[in-house]
Design a protein around this ligand. Sequence first.
Ligand code: FES
Length: 307
Amino acid sequence: MQQTVVEHIEPVAEDVVALTLRAASGALAPWEPGAHIDVSLPNWLTRQYSLCGDPGVRDAYRVAVRHDPLSRGGSEYVHRFLRPGRALDVSLPRNHFPLVPAARYLFLAGGIGITPLLAMLRAAVAAGRPATLLYAGPSVDRMPFAGELRRAYGDRVRIVETGRHGRPDLGALDASLAPHALEPDTLVYCCGPAGMLAAAQEAFPAGRLHTERFQPAVRSFGPDTAFEAVCARSGLTVPVPADTSLLDALAHAGRPVPSGCREGVCGSCEVSVLDGTPEHRDDIGASGGRMYACVSRARSARLVLDL
Ligand code: FES
């Protein structure tokens, strides 16, 4: 954990505030575009936010928080109760959405999905790569950072007010809206609501498209079944009943794993699998002998974990 202090809370759109979190002392851990942090709120909730500031600023992080009308307490707290001067613990940055080197970029943002793409656009432009941001939202006053982006990047930023013009058809983008979209060496990064992500997945081949979800995709899996988790370091065997997540079973057995979203999108609960076959149910794309304990289960009767 890293200790920060809320330095500044600034409205950046209707129902969206940007927080500047200054290091309590010294520098904060470095990060790269696409990274996010867990923020431990004073009401005991932990929430994940993409870093949307400048990675070159080493003593502060910037995040943006949309007031979710269906808030489970995180954004409600930030918007109603959080004040400058409040100390906040934040995690080290994690990055499941890294900016891969490419000849050119198309960034597709919907609403608060702009946050990870801000630093990506900055990095692409600084590297001298052709880059366009297509940014969709109901109206400019509800699109965080729209003015800041237009001032900084001019016609590299194409704003589409869906309330007036409808949603852009990602399957039929023309050069006026998205230069380079059809060129095979253009990488496409998309972050936004589920409909936009689905449209991007239809419009672009998987090898060119990188997406990040704030909400889990709607998918179905086979019935949940019981299995055993063996904690290799202690030899403890933890039964995981069919109606209990691996995350909860480990916590009940006294081997808690850090967690955040509990929906398979943030990556906080990653564990290493030494033996057995996980059933991956996350939206991050677990690989390399890893799994996310909040949602993923087992195809084998036993998993051996590096715990
Ligand atoms: S707690 Fe977020 S992925 Fe498991």
